[in-house]
Ligand binder design. Sequence first.
Ligand SMILES: [Fe+2]
Ligand SMILES: [Fe+2]
Length: 253
Amino acid sequence: MFFQTKNLDNKKVFDIVSNDFRYAKALDSFGIDFYNNYDFTIKEICKEKGLSSGSIHGYRIAMDESFDLDLNTLKSSPINLVIEYLKHNHSYFIKNKLPYIRNLISNLSVDKTQYNFFKDLKFIFPHFYEDFVEHILEEEKYIFTYIQKLFELDGNHKNHAKMFFEMKKISLKDIAKEHLEEDSEMEGIRGLTKNYSLKQVTNLHLKVIFQELKAFDAELDIHSKIENEILFPRAIELQDKVSNQIRNISFLN
Ligand SMILES: [Fe+2]
Ligand SMILES: [Fe+2]
């Protein structure tokens, strides 16, 4: 349940974040670590930082206004727009979401006896991060670039010969199959956190980490769904179309 924002100014950071974990991110955007300011009210923090509390609430409200395109809109959009959308997701994950979660994790120190899994989470997260960045770079550098070339070539007879050889080197069907069968990079973290269960967690900082990880996992799921169900099937269709065009040209010549 959300507080009415007008009543928030005199609430303590601890209570606000306990009620709505996304306030931690809103505060972070203004350079405020919620975990170092539990006992301060929003009003006190804003006074100290020279901020207006309206900007913090405004940021928090803006987080709910999603700019996401729904699956049906993407299904009927040109493939280059689908790629731009996926790239936008990638950059948001890498530049915004993941650095925030990484900082939350590295700044938490908890009682080892109470949360013995946390040591593993601290260890595993940078590895997950590295694998994830590698996955994204590979998609952008090779797969998206190749699909974009197919898109530009469709119906345009120039450079068909060059593309003919490039098509021999890459198997979109294999890439799509591999991508579909691949476990989510979040699999290990899901196991470690017992599916982000808050049952045994009393520490607020850790609760925020769990909730952020859960939200990211859900976003990543939608992202992969767009790649598996929209991007790859349409790219394979496009590749068949372009390869028929090349065959027809060579036949006519
Ligand atoms: Fe991706
Ligand atoms: Fe992917």
